[in-house]
Design a protein. Sequence first.
Length: 369
Amino acid sequence: MINYDKSEIREALELENIFELLQEWGGDPEYTGFGILSSTICHNEPGEGSRKLYYYNNSGLFRCYTGCDSYFDIFELTRKVAKIQWSEEYDLNDAVRWVARRFGIAGRNEDGSESDDKIEDWKLLANYEKIKEIELKENKIELKEFNTDILTRFNYNVLIMPWIKEGITNEVMKLAQIGYYPGADQITIPHFDVNGRFIGLRGRTLITDEAEIYGKYRPMRINKLLYNHPLGMNLYGLNWSKDNIKTMGKAIVFESEKSVLMYASYFGWDNNISVACCGSSLSARQIQLLKDAGAKEIIIAFDRQFQEIGDKEFKHLTRNLTRINDKYKNDVNISFIFDKNMITGYKASPIDEGSEKFLTLFKERILLR
């Protein structure tokens, strides 16, 4: 029997992990001074709730200020989401197990006896008054630098055919230090900050069942060390593209690392002006990084997350893009690549179906004021 230490799991989760889950569950999160602000997916379907679900980074607790009107942790939120979105009744141990497996956190093998690791962590609520006293200072976060020796463990000679078939060249993958980790059947994607410091390592699983359960991309854990970083505090690829962004005065923001590599493959590594936010939202820190790099226009190139014009997903996407525009339009010009004619597939990145379609979408981008 495998048991999971809830305290260990909670300590292993960083702000970016909470943000990632809220994105995955349709909460449309954004980083704030206290942690994260999200829509109330705790008691609503995605896209239907108000933006009254707060995550306080100093305490590790959520507070819903509307329907729930209570404090709870990530495990309780998992239970709520399971019931609303998956029609599943999770007990607290189910939720702990789900979160652990989602982020690759290992459990403990026991001798078969029933675990007494019951959930007794509501004592954290006694400290909720401290929530208001501590603020997360976004611009002062010092991203941890990892030892690059770990990168020597991966295979860089194998041809990563799934990505080559999609249009990413082997040359670009070598320049980006994309590798393969046989031990977990994963494509390895190192992340660097704007100054080239190694700050994180993400894996793209090639195991279909695992991808469906835990997601395609997640931070890698090797020898008990989790190579993660707050995704909202960095932009993938900026260390390579910053000089081109300064020259062109433009930056293209994709959701995923793969899209950045595809752009570099189609238009040349030396012409690359793209980065990835690794999600579907932009933080103030990410906007500032692009402004510091010299971007006069930031071009949002998110995936086509809708099936039909006017459907629920379409409305959710347009609200998200409008919110980004309203929040940052006074700081920098923001335009959007928006596939209103649906020339790409459902959930496709604007670059997924080749350079010709991308250039069409690029020329038709929308500038809101």
